[in-house]
Design a protein around this ligand. Structure first.
Ligand SMILES: Nc1ncnc2c1ncn2[C@@H]1O[C@H](COP(=O)(O)OP(=O)(O)OP(=O)(O)O)[C@@H](O)[C@H]1O
Length: 266
Protein backbone atom coordinates (compact mmCIF):
# COMPACT_ATOMS: atom_id res chain seq x y z
CA UNK A 1 0.00 0.00 0.00
CA UNK A 2 1.44 3.40 -0.90
CA UNK A 3 1.98 6.16 1.65
CA UNK A 4 -1.04 8.39 1.96
CA UNK A 5 -3.67 5.71 1.34
CA UNK A 6 -3.92 5.33 5.08
CA UNK A 7 -2.51 7.11 8.08
CA UNK A 8 0.87 5.60 8.99
CA UNK A 9 1.15 4.40 12.57
CA UNK A 10 4.46 4.61 14.37
CA UNK A 11 5.72 2.02 16.82
CA UNK A 12 5.58 3.81 20.16
CA UNK A 13 7.10 3.28 23.58
CA UNK A 14 5.04 0.74 25.50
CA UNK A 15 3.46 1.30 28.89
CA UNK A 16 3.59 -1.42 31.55
CA UNK A 17 0.12 -2.64 30.60
CA UNK A 18 0.68 -2.71 26.82
CA UNK A 19 1.42 -5.95 25.01
CA UNK A 20 4.48 -6.15 22.76
CA UNK A 21 2.56 -8.49 20.45
CA UNK A 22 -1.08 -9.50 20.30
CA UNK A 23 -2.42 -12.25 18.06
CA UNK A 24 -6.19 -12.74 17.92
CA UNK A 25 -7.95 -15.56 16.10
CA UNK A 26 -5.19 -15.90 13.50
CA UNK A 27 -6.06 -18.04 10.49
CA UNK A 28 -3.67 -18.82 7.66
CA UNK A 29 -4.22 -21.40 4.95
CA UNK A 30 -2.10 -22.69 2.09
CA UNK A 31 -3.62 -24.58 -0.84
CA UNK A 32 -5.21 -27.66 0.71
CA UNK A 33 -3.81 -26.95 4.22
CA UNK A 34 -5.20 -25.05 7.18
CA UNK A 35 -1.85 -24.12 8.76
CA UNK A 36 -3.34 -22.23 11.73
CA UNK A 37 -6.84 -21.38 12.83
CA UNK A 38 -7.96 -19.81 16.12
CA UNK A 39 -4.45 -18.92 17.31
CA UNK A 40 -4.50 -16.22 20.00
CA UNK A 41 -2.02 -14.95 22.61
CA UNK A 42 -0.36 -11.79 23.93
CA UNK A 43 3.33 -11.28 24.56
CA UNK A 44 4.49 -8.87 27.27
CA UNK A 45 7.34 -6.44 26.68
CA UNK A 46 10.70 -7.85 27.74
CA UNK A 47 9.59 -11.44 28.24
CA UNK A 48 10.88 -14.59 26.61
CA UNK A 49 7.76 -16.12 25.09
CA UNK A 50 8.09 -19.68 23.80
CA UNK A 51 5.94 -21.25 21.10
CA UNK A 52 5.70 -25.03 21.31
CA UNK A 53 3.82 -27.65 19.37
CA UNK A 54 4.22 -30.80 17.28
CA UNK A 55 5.82 -30.73 13.82
CA UNK A 56 3.52 -29.01 11.34
CA UNK A 57 1.38 -27.42 14.08
CA UNK A 58 1.76 -23.92 12.62
CA UNK A 59 4.47 -22.35 14.81
CA UNK A 60 6.60 -20.97 11.97
CA UNK A 61 3.49 -19.81 10.12
CA UNK A 62 2.45 -17.89 13.24
CA UNK A 63 5.80 -16.15 13.73
CA UNK A 64 6.03 -15.31 10.02
CA UNK A 65 2.65 -13.58 10.31
CA UNK A 66 3.98 -11.65 13.34
CA UNK A 67 7.12 -10.63 11.42
CA UNK A 68 4.98 -9.48 8.48
CA UNK A 69 6.49 -11.95 5.99
CA UNK A 70 3.19 -13.86 5.64
CA UNK A 71 -0.25 -12.30 5.25
CA UNK A 72 -2.95 -13.85 7.46
CA UNK A 73 -6.26 -14.88 5.88
CA UNK A 74 -8.07 -13.45 8.88
CA UNK A 75 -7.54 -12.47 12.48
CA UNK A 76 -5.75 -9.52 14.01
CA UNK A 77 -2.07 -9.02 14.80
CA UNK A 78 -0.50 -6.01 16.46
CA UNK A 79 3.25 -5.66 16.93
CA UNK A 80 4.22 -2.74 19.20
CA UNK A 81 0.76 -1.39 18.45
CA UNK A 82 1.09 -1.57 14.66
CA UNK A 83 -0.20 -3.88 11.94
CA UNK A 84 2.67 -5.93 10.46
CA UNK A 85 1.16 -6.09 6.98
CA UNK A 86 -0.03 -2.48 6.63
CA UNK A 87 3.19 -1.11 8.19
CA UNK A 88 5.63 -3.73 6.97
CA UNK A 89 8.66 -1.43 6.88
CA UNK A 90 8.04 -0.24 10.44
CA UNK A 91 7.74 -3.80 11.68
CA UNK A 92 10.86 -4.86 9.79
CA UNK A 93 12.81 -2.17 11.66
CA UNK A 94 11.49 -3.33 15.04
CA UNK A 95 11.43 -7.10 14.67
CA UNK A 96 14.61 -9.12 14.10
CA UNK A 97 14.00 -12.51 12.54
CA UNK A 98 16.68 -15.19 12.86
CA UNK A 99 17.49 -16.32 9.36
CA UNK A 100 18.14 -19.97 8.57
CA UNK A 101 21.92 -19.88 8.31
CA UNK A 102 22.09 -22.08 5.20
CA UNK A 103 21.01 -19.16 2.99
CA UNK A 104 24.34 -17.29 3.37
CA UNK A 105 26.97 -17.86 0.67
CA UNK A 106 29.90 -19.96 1.94
CA UNK A 107 32.53 -17.42 0.83
CA UNK A 108 30.92 -14.44 2.63
CA UNK A 109 33.05 -13.35 5.59
CA UNK A 110 31.41 -12.81 8.99
CA UNK A 111 32.14 -9.09 8.96
CA UNK A 112 30.82 -8.71 5.38
CA UNK A 113 27.58 -10.48 6.29
CA UNK A 114 27.04 -8.13 9.24
CA UNK A 115 27.79 -5.03 7.11
CA UNK A 116 25.43 -6.23 4.38
CA UNK A 117 22.57 -6.75 6.82
CA UNK A 118 23.34 -3.47 8.61
CA UNK A 119 22.80 -1.63 5.30
CA UNK A 120 19.11 -2.65 5.37
CA UNK A 121 18.39 -0.71 8.58
CA UNK A 122 18.12 2.94 9.51
CA UNK A 123 19.82 2.54 12.91
CA UNK A 124 22.10 -0.48 12.82
CA UNK A 125 24.38 -1.40 15.71
CA UNK A 126 28.13 -1.10 15.13
CA UNK A 127 29.74 -4.16 13.56
CA UNK A 128 32.27 -4.43 16.40
CA UNK A 129 29.61 -4.26 19.13
CA UNK A 130 27.51 -6.88 17.41
CA UNK A 131 30.42 -9.29 16.99
CA UNK A 132 31.28 -8.84 20.67
CA UNK A 133 27.65 -9.50 21.66
CA UNK A 134 27.59 -12.82 19.81
CA UNK A 135 31.21 -13.73 20.65
CA UNK A 136 32.53 -13.73 17.08
CA UNK A 137 35.20 -10.99 17.28
CA UNK A 138 37.97 -13.49 16.54
CA UNK A 139 36.08 -14.93 13.56
CA UNK A 140 35.29 -11.61 11.85
CA UNK A 141 37.51 -12.37 8.82
CA UNK A 142 36.44 -16.01 8.56
CA UNK A 143 34.26 -17.19 5.66
CA UNK A 144 30.78 -18.34 6.62
CA UNK A 145 31.44 -21.80 5.17
CA UNK A 146 34.38 -22.27 7.56
CA UNK A 147 32.42 -21.54 10.75
CA UNK A 148 31.40 -24.30 13.16
CA UNK A 149 27.71 -25.09 13.66
CA UNK A 150 27.64 -23.07 16.88
CA UNK A 151 29.39 -20.09 15.27
CA UNK A 152 26.92 -20.15 12.36
CA UNK A 153 24.06 -20.20 14.83
CA UNK A 154 25.53 -17.25 16.76
CA UNK A 155 26.00 -15.35 13.50
CA UNK A 156 22.39 -15.96 12.46
CA UNK A 157 21.25 -14.61 15.85
CA UNK A 158 23.61 -11.65 15.41
CA UNK A 159 22.10 -10.85 12.00
CA UNK A 160 18.66 -10.79 13.64
CA UNK A 161 20.00 -8.19 16.09
CA UNK A 162 21.75 -5.93 13.62
CA UNK A 163 18.88 -3.43 13.30
CA UNK A 164 18.62 -2.91 17.12
CA UNK A 165 15.17 -4.58 17.18
CA UNK A 166 12.83 -4.37 20.16
CA UNK A 167 11.52 -7.86 19.38
CA UNK A 168 13.56 -10.85 18.20
CA UNK A 169 12.05 -14.01 16.71
CA UNK A 170 14.26 -17.10 17.06
CA UNK A 171 13.06 -20.27 15.33
CA UNK A 172 14.84 -23.50 16.38
CA UNK A 173 17.49 -21.61 18.35
CA UNK A 174 19.85 -24.41 19.33
CA UNK A 175 19.01 -27.24 16.94
CA UNK A 176 22.20 -29.13 16.08
CA UNK A 177 24.38 -27.51 18.76
CA UNK A 178 26.54 -29.40 21.26
CA UNK A 179 25.84 -28.86 25.00
CA UNK A 180 28.52 -26.17 25.27
CA UNK A 181 27.16 -24.35 22.21
CA UNK A 182 23.62 -24.47 23.61
CA UNK A 183 24.77 -22.99 26.93
CA UNK A 184 26.59 -20.19 25.20
CA UNK A 185 23.54 -19.35 23.05
CA UNK A 186 21.30 -19.48 26.14
CA UNK A 187 23.61 -17.02 27.90
CA UNK A 188 23.36 -14.72 24.89
CA UNK A 189 19.55 -14.83 25.08
CA UNK A 190 19.68 -14.04 28.80
CA UNK A 191 21.89 -11.01 28.09
CA UNK A 192 19.43 -9.79 25.45
CA UNK A 193 16.56 -10.22 27.85
CA UNK A 194 18.54 -8.24 30.42
CA UNK A 195 18.58 -5.36 27.93
CA UNK A 196 14.78 -5.41 27.68
CA UNK A 197 14.49 -7.07 24.26
CA UNK A 198 11.28 -9.10 23.84
CA UNK A 199 12.13 -12.59 22.61
CA UNK A 200 9.86 -15.02 20.78
CA UNK A 201 11.35 -18.48 20.82
CA UNK A 202 10.03 -21.35 18.71
CA UNK A 203 11.42 -24.52 20.23
CA UNK A 204 11.02 -28.26 20.55
CA UNK A 205 13.46 -28.36 23.48
CA UNK A 206 11.66 -28.33 26.80
CA UNK A 207 14.88 -27.89 28.79
CA UNK A 208 15.49 -24.69 26.82
CA UNK A 209 11.93 -23.51 27.46
CA UNK A 210 12.31 -24.34 31.16
CA UNK A 211 15.54 -22.34 31.40
CA UNK A 212 14.65 -19.32 29.26
CA UNK A 213 10.86 -19.07 28.98
CA UNK A 214 8.78 -16.69 31.06
CA UNK A 215 5.58 -17.91 29.39
CA UNK A 216 4.70 -20.27 26.61
CA UNK A 217 1.96 -21.07 24.13
CA UNK A 218 1.23 -24.56 22.85
CA UNK A 219 -0.14 -24.70 19.32
CA UNK A 220 -1.56 -28.03 18.20
CA UNK A 221 -4.17 -28.99 15.63
CA UNK A 222 -3.89 -25.39 14.34
CA UNK A 223 -5.09 -23.80 17.61
CA UNK A 224 -3.62 -22.35 20.78
CA UNK A 225 -4.21 -25.07 23.32
CA UNK A 226 -2.45 -23.45 26.29
CA UNK A 227 -0.95 -20.09 27.26
CA UNK A 228 0.78 -19.63 30.61
CA UNK A 229 3.98 -20.07 32.58
CA UNK A 230 5.93 -23.34 32.72
CA UNK A 231 4.72 -23.74 36.33
CA UNK A 232 1.12 -23.30 35.22
CA UNK A 233 1.58 -25.92 32.50
CA UNK A 234 2.88 -28.42 35.05
CA UNK A 235 -0.03 -27.62 37.36
CA UNK A 236 -2.55 -27.98 34.54
CA UNK A 237 -1.40 -31.54 33.89
CA UNK A 238 -0.35 -32.71 37.35
CA UNK A 239 -3.67 -34.09 38.66
CA UNK A 240 -3.22 -37.65 39.87
CA UNK A 241 0.42 -37.96 38.80
CA UNK A 242 3.78 -37.70 40.51
CA UNK A 243 4.91 -34.25 41.55
CA UNK A 244 8.43 -34.38 40.07
CA UNK A 245 7.35 -34.71 36.47
CA UNK A 246 9.38 -32.56 34.12
CA UNK A 247 8.10 -29.81 31.87
CA UNK A 248 8.51 -32.25 28.97
CA UNK A 249 6.25 -34.79 30.74
CA UNK A 250 3.66 -32.04 31.27
CA UNK A 251 3.91 -30.86 27.67
CA UNK A 252 3.52 -34.39 26.29
CA UNK A 253 0.57 -35.10 28.57
CA UNK A 254 -1.05 -31.91 27.34
CA UNK A 255 -0.42 -32.49 23.63
CA UNK A 256 -1.44 -36.17 23.82
CA UNK A 257 -4.87 -35.02 25.01
CA UNK A 258 -5.41 -32.83 21.93
CA UNK A 259 -7.73 -34.33 19.35
CA UNK A 260 -5.80 -34.06 16.06
CA UNK A 261 -9.06 -33.80 14.12
CA UNK A 262 -10.01 -30.65 16.04
CA UNK A 263 -8.31 -28.21 13.71
CA UNK A 264 -8.50 -29.90 10.33
CA UNK A 265 -10.83 -29.12 7.52
CA UNK A 266 -12.13 -25.87 9.08
N1 LIG B 1 4.48 -22.12 2.02
C1 LIG B 1 3.71 -23.18 2.33
N2 LIG B 1 2.97 -23.79 1.37
C2 LIG B 1 2.18 -24.84 1.68
N3 LIG B 1 2.04 -25.35 2.92
C3 LIG B 1 2.76 -24.79 3.90
C4 LIG B 1 3.63 -23.68 3.66
N4 LIG B 1 4.21 -23.32 4.83
C5 LIG B 1 3.73 -24.17 5.76
N5 LIG B 1 2.86 -25.05 5.21
C6 LIG B 1 2.12 -26.11 5.92
O1 LIG B 1 1.45 -25.51 7.01
C7 LIG B 1 1.49 -26.38 8.14
C8 LIG B 1 2.17 -25.65 9.29
O2 LIG B 1 3.55 -25.48 8.96
P1 LIG B 1 4.57 -24.74 9.93
O3 LIG B 1 5.89 -24.73 9.24
O4 LIG B 1 4.00 -23.44 10.36
O5 LIG B 1 4.60 -25.74 11.17
P2 LIG B 1 5.62 -25.80 12.40
O6 LIG B 1 4.79 -25.94 13.62
O7 LIG B 1 6.56 -24.66 12.36
O8 LIG B 1 6.36 -27.17 12.09
P3 LIG B 1 7.84 -27.73 12.50
O9 LIG B 1 7.83 -27.94 13.98
O10 LIG B 1 7.90 -29.02 11.76
O11 LIG B 1 8.86 -26.73 12.03
C9 LIG B 1 2.22 -27.64 7.68
O12 LIG B 1 1.24 -28.58 7.28
C10 LIG B 1 3.03 -27.16 6.50
O13 LIG B 1 3.27 -28.22 5.60
Amino acid sequence: MSPGTHRQQAARPLGPRDAAVTVRELRKTFPGVVAVDHVSFSIRPGEVFCILGPNGAGKTTTVECIAGTLKPDSGRIKVLGIDPIRERQQVREQVGYQLQSAVLPAALRVEEAVRLFASFYSRPVSVGDLLTTVGLEDQRRRAFGKLSGGEKQRLSIGLALVGSPRIVVLDELTTGLDPQGRRSVWQLIERLKGRGVTIILVSHHLDEVQRLGDRLAIIAAGRTQFVGTPVELRRATSAGSDSDRTLEDAYLAFVDDVDPREGTGS
